[in-house]
Design a protein around this ligand. Structure first.
Ligand code: ZN
Length: 67
């Protein structure tokens, strides 16, 4: 799941896992500093989303193939 820059909508080519590891990024297009550490609620949503993806993968393991 790639995220667009919230300001200029440029696809950043980063995903939730990357953001959790690098909470402060700079948009390569508009140079806006994207500080994902400011809102703990956002971080929680990321954690939940990652867990959800893992759960789905586990649930369908053996039924569907990923990748
Ligand atoms: Zn941007």
């Amino acid at each position: 799941m790639a995220l667009p820059c919230p300001f200029c909508r440029t696809p950043l080519g980063i995903d939730l896992t990357f953001i959790l590891k690098h909470p402060i990024s700079v948009c390569p297009n508009c140079r806006t500093v994207l500080d994902f550490t400011v809102d703990p609620e956002i971080k929680k949503k990321f954690d939940d989303a990652i867990k959800e993806i893992d759960d789905i993968k586990k649930k369908y393991k053996g039924i569907a193939k990923f990748g």
